[in-house]
Design a protein around this ligand. Structure first.
Ligand SMILES: [Zn+2]
Length: 61
């Protein structure tokens, strides 16, 4: 189910609706660099360790 307009927010919402919780230790792979809003949301609302895209990554301590 898609309820947001950004792919990363959709992926996070879809995963959590399937019962994944905060996804501690997970890595998120994206096809392009996520926007700052999505990075902030993933950092604040999950325990995903990093977001990785083809020419970069961001660690989320
Ligand atoms: Zn975004």
């Amino acid at each position: 189910m898609c309820i947001n307009s950004h792919a990363e927010a959709n992926a996070k919402a879809d995963a959590q609706q399937r019962g994944t919780g905060r996804m501690a230790g997970a890595l998120m792979y994206a096809s392009v660099e996520p926007c700052e809003g999505c990075i902030r949301m993933i950092r604040n609302e999950t325990d995903i360790e990093a977001i990785i895209w083809p020419d970069g990554m961001v660690a989320l301590p």
